[in-house]
Design a protein around this ligand. Structure first.
Ligand code: HEM
Length: 343
């Protein structure tokens, strides 16, 4: 799809959502936007994620297809180092090691390379920008979510307080600036600019790539506005959110229009999540290229559905077609009786 169309489509979709929130605010639809839609979003997220994970887990994996980047475990005299154990794991422990490094540190992205061609030579250089942007984005998102648990818990869990203290380390302003929220805005903007400015990435980008970025940017912007620019009534918001988790919602009489936008965009994000590329949150653990050990040389893997399957072996195939193969000039393992004597 044309880049302008993709941008227009996803930009207009997010703008439309903001307009819906404003209409809801103007019509004072506090119960719908503060209770009903967030509950629908929560249920859709949970049921959708379970459905996607279970259906993905159930899909057949007929072959052992781990992606590997180094020496496979083989005969004893062939070197199989610790790096190989991670890059080409032959045991469950190796698979876990590789998965943990991938999930926590985005290791495969860290090894990203960029191809450069100067007209004569091809050079591969290390490219870390995407890794830096992705790490910043995901860790800041996590920190923001952990801090938001303040709205849903009473008393405050220790790890929420700890995250707040670390995140608000630079107290140069009131209210204390949280680095994660501001950095999250920067990281989403970087990821968006990368899609727009690199021609190859722009070429393969679709509305499904721009929409979640715009949506998250909308959530972050309204959140930042609420914290640093327009003040919102945090006490009544906490009453609402605590009521939601205790299944006895208390709807505030008035809510800021920015809170309407924030909570509505968050609800849409949660509903959209399981049915979009964002489902990689669960999918990363389910990819057979990453969660299988490469023990092809040590273990004979038999088709689990039909171990009794009768294969048409090459020998039988040649028996069936030998004469035709010879006639066509194809090499055969065994000669037919009439030709065997002639040679
Ligand atoms: C995907 C989920 C969410 C994201 C990414 C997000 C993001 C943010 C960000 C970046 C801020 C700016 C301040 C900060 O860094 O904490 C913020 C503030 C805020 N968010 Fe969220 N938010 C999310 C979900 C929610 C939910 C479910 C609520 C419901 C209560 C909420 C209510 C608020 C409020 C009231 C503020 C202002 C906080 C203050 O003044 O201290 N957010 N949000």
């Amino acid at each position: 799809m044309n880049v302008i169309l993709s941008l227009l489509f996803s930009g207009m979709a997010v703008t439309g959502l903001v307009v819906i929130a404003v209409i809801g605010w103007a019509a004072n639809m506090n119960t719908l936007f503060g209770v009903v839609i967030p509950y629908i979003a929560g249920v859709t997220f949970l049921v959708g994620m379970i459905y996607r994970v279970v259906s993905s887990g159930k899909s057949p994996v007929p072959f052992r297809i781990p992606s590997t980047c180094s020496q496979q475990k083989s005969l004893p005299w062939i070197k199989y180092t610790y790096v190989d154990k991670l890059d080409n794991p032959s045991t469950k422990l190796g698979v876990w090691g590789r998965m943990i490094l991938e999930v926590l540190f985005f290791r495969s992205l860290f090894r990203n390379t960029r191809m450069q061609f100067d007209g004569e030579n091809i050079r591969y250089t290390s490219s870390k920008w995407l890794w830096i942007g992705a790490i910043a984005f995901h860790y800041c998102f996590l920190a923001v979510l952990i801090r938001h648990l303040r709205f849903f818990t009473n008393p405050l869990p220790w790890f929420v307080e700890l995250t707040e203290n670390i995140d608000g380390f630079f107290q140069f302003w009131l209210p204390t600036p949280y680095q994660s929220g501001l950095l999250l805005g920067g990281a989403v903007t970087f990821l968006l600019l990368r899609r727009l400015l690199i021609p190859q990435v722009r070429y393969i980008s679709l509305p499904a790539d721009y929409f979640p970025l715009f949506l998250i940017l909308g959530i972050v912007k309204t959140g930042i506005l609420m914290r640093y620019v327009v003040k919102v009534d945090i006490i009544s918001i906490k009453d609402l959110t605590l009521g939601l988790v205790n299944f006895s919602p208390v709807v505030p009489e008035t809510m800021s229009v920015f809170f309407y936008m924030h909570i509505f965009l968050v609800s849409v994000l949660f509903m959209y999540f399981p049915f979009s590329k964002l489902v990689h949150l669960g999918g990363v653990f389910l990819s057979p290229t990453r969660n299988l050990e490469n023990n092809n040389r040590a273990v004979r893997h038999i088709n689990p559905w039909n171990p009794e399957l009768k294969y048409h072996t090459y020998e039988a195939y040649e028996d069936d077609f030998r004469e035709a193969m010879i006639e066509a000039g194809l090499p055969v393992d065994k000669k037919v009786a009439s030709t065997a004597g002639k040679e």
